[in-house]
Design a protein around this ligand. Sequence first.
Ligand SMILES: Nc1nc2c(ncn2[C@@H]2O[C@H](COP(=O)(O)OP(=O)(O)OP(=O)(O)O)[C@@H](O)[C@H]2O)c(=O)[nH]1
Length: 317
Amino acid sequence: MQLKEITTPHISELDVAKKSRLLVVDDDPNQLRFYLHGLSKLYYCQFARTAHDAISCARQFPQPDLIILDVVMPDLGGFEICRLLKCDPLTSNIPVIFASGIEDIDVKVRGFDLGCVDYITKPVLVPEMNARISTHLKLARQAHLLESLAYLDPLTQVPNRRQYNETIQREWSRSIRYAQPIAMILIDIDFFKQFNNFYGHGVGDDCLIKVAYHLHSLSRRPGDLFARIGGEEFVLILSDCDELGAVNKAEEVIETVSQLNIANQGAPNHDRVTVSVGIAVAKPKVSEEPLSLFQAADEALYNAKNSGRDKYALAER
Ligand SMILES: Nc1nc2c(ncn2[C@@H]2O[C@H](COP(=O)(O)OP(=O)(O)OP(=O)(O)O)[C@@H](O)[C@H]2O)c(=O)[nH]1
């Protein structure tokens, strides 16, 4: 039987968006038919009959929200498929439910050891199957939400210092591996103390939210990150970015904030909200730590503040 023979009934784009995606992996056509009838009204289902198809479907976007996996398969067994999925950062967070006729307790425990969230013994009853799937989808969503909250700044909803710390370590190592430059842009709002004093802390918060929202849109490439790392201090990490690219980005940062036209009557010049920017660019070496880049950018920021604010300064190399 070809995989194509088992397709879900017509599902509109809207339905796909609303429904969760399941990947069902089983080599038995009758079993797949059973799943098709039992699950496709509630979920958008994809089917795979081999380990190769299962892994490639799991890696493909849009990825499945949950995988139902047979234990005994003709090529790679379900356990081996699960192990491969859990080793791959792209698929490791997708919950796996084993469905098998094997009731042996040691086999079941082995499945959990490999990282499955549940083990159902065949013959499976549709209501039980749906109840388990729905529970695991809910738990997975909650875990995902919690994880994303831990990496976001609660006020501005942009990445926080924790995400900055992890990203700079990762991008620093990547820059070493590929011998690429990495740039860091530190951004600090000018005369923000006076802003708060003049307008109040609530308006100060609104200002931070607006500035963060607009600057966040300037991190466009996959390895880039914009984060709030302190009260009125933000950072942009730019991977594979040289000095010219970093200077262009710093100018864009200053222009973006100036264009927001947020009045700052508290500032000595009674003008709008502006930012000062410190830039540092490095070709990292194994012997160096990312902190050296941060310190260089911080020194440059200090120079930008001292030379009048609303401007950038580049760290000396
Ligand atoms: N509204 C608000 N203010 C904050 C927050 N976090 C820090 N701040 C304020 O940001 C101000 C930072 O003050 P300073 O470090 O003196 O910096 P500044 O007044 O911007 O002066 P320069 O950087 O030298 O231009 C302090 O008044 C902090 O209270 C926040 O989450 N919300």
